[in-house]
Design a binder for this molecule. Structure first.
Ligand SMILES: Cc1cc2nc3c(=O)[nH]c(=O)nc-3n(C[C@H](O)[C@H](O)[C@H](O)COP(=O)(O)OP(=O)(O)OC[C@H]3O[C@@H](n4cnc5c(N)ncnc54)[C@H](O)[C@@H]3O)c2cc1C
Length: 299
């Protein structure tokens, strides 16, 4: 399967853009804010909250961050004026974290100020391990200025349990995910079951310590394990939410919503959809299979 995925990734640039667009359209709301807001509106009608992600990461020029900050400011204003139930998710490398952390801090602070003015919440997505430390530092600094900022912890990273303890001390709002980047064995669990165990341990620790947790997974085993912890702790619905990606695991999503759990859907949008899709696939060939399926199963 690995070899097949690698082959698919190598062949992707040869796939005509309209085909990639067709597949991406399941996972990406569109190129414009208007399209993203229409998707949020539809999700809200299905009793799902959302989080908006302006596509674009790992910028190579400082000037590019201006556009990203402006796009988030426009999104926050539109969300407020239309009364939509969505927050925002931000990647710090789109604000130049790798090239210039000081510049990134300044730009992120501007987004946080816009969110404060609109009374909204900002989630900092977690990226590859070269920026974990700095991302967590910026999260803790930002919380001192505005409490409605959240962090993401990746279950595959060996360090995450320690990071969760620190997050719990700060009563942080934490999204827990498995982690999407390819990381070496010295720092990251590789096996399916050990990643699941790491995931469940993070969710348990954070919920037990009173943190609000975003349980971001489509893995039914992990959803069940989280539900059993929620029952054991007799937690109210307001203490956690489930989170899923746009276009993934619709049946499981509907089941959780019907059972009365909070659900938030991650909605990426923006002109960078093509570059984003290709980069994601190259970063983690394991998801190339989904594109392959998408290419051939939708007419
Ligand atoms: C809301 C949300 C936010 C996230 N934020 C981050 C983040 O900040 N940083 C980060 O590193 N990762 C993030 N991720 C990605 C996450 O780390 C995983 O890579 C991804 O969710 C797949 O893991 P899983 O727990 O769903 O389990 P898996 O075992 O990978 O998936 C379970 C099942 O879900 C289905 N599935 C999963 N992904 C897809 C897909 N793309 N297309 C179609 N079907 C799929 C498959 O049927 C699969 O069998 C996020 C995920 C979600 C849901």
């Amino acid at each position: 399967m690995k070899a097949l995925n690698a082959l698919v990734v190598r062949a992707l640039p040869l796939v005509p853009k309209p085909f990639v667009r067709r597949t991406a359209s399941r996972y990406v709301a569109g190129e414009t804010l208007e399209r993203a807001l229409a998707t949020v509106s539809r999700l809200n009608a299905e009793r799902c909250m959302a989080t908006l992600d302006v596509l674009g990461e790992d910028v190579t020029r400082k000037e590019e961050t201006e556009q990203t900050v402006a796009a988030y400011a426009r999104a926050l204003a539109a969300i407020a004026s239309r009364g939509l139930d969505t927050n925002i998710s931000v990647k710090l490398t789109a604000l130049c974290l790798k090239l210039d952390p000081a510049h990134c801090r300044g730009e992120f602070a501007r987004i946080v100020e816009e969110a404060r003015a609109c009374g909204n919440f900002v989630r900092i997505d977690m990226e590859d391990s070269s920026v974990t430390e700095e991302t967590i530092r910026i999260f803790h600094e930002s919380c001192e200025r505005y409490e409605r900022v959240g962090l993401v912890l990746q279950a595959y990273l060996r360090r995450s349990l320690e990071d969760a303890r620190a997050a719990a001390r700060a009563r942080a709002n934490v999204r827990v995910c498995k982690g999407i980047y390819v990381e070496p064995a010295e720092i990251a669990y590789q096996g399916r079951e050990e990643i699941r165990d790491g995931y469940a341990a993070l969710v348990d620790l954070l919920l037990q310590d009173g943190c609000y947790v975003g349980i971001a997974t489509h893995d039914e085993v992990l959803v069940e394990r989280a539900l059993s912890t929620i029952r054991r702790l007799s937690l109210p619905r307001e203490a956690y939410e489930f989170q899923m990606l746009l276009g993934v695991a619709g049946a499981l999503r509907r089941r959780l919503v019907a059972a009365g759990h909070r659900m938030r859907v991650y909605v990426p949008y923006g002109e960078a959809w093509y570059a984003y899709s290709m980069r994601r696939l190259k970063e983690n060939p394991a998801i190339a299979g989904h594109v392959m399926k998408g290419l051939f199963s939708r007419g």
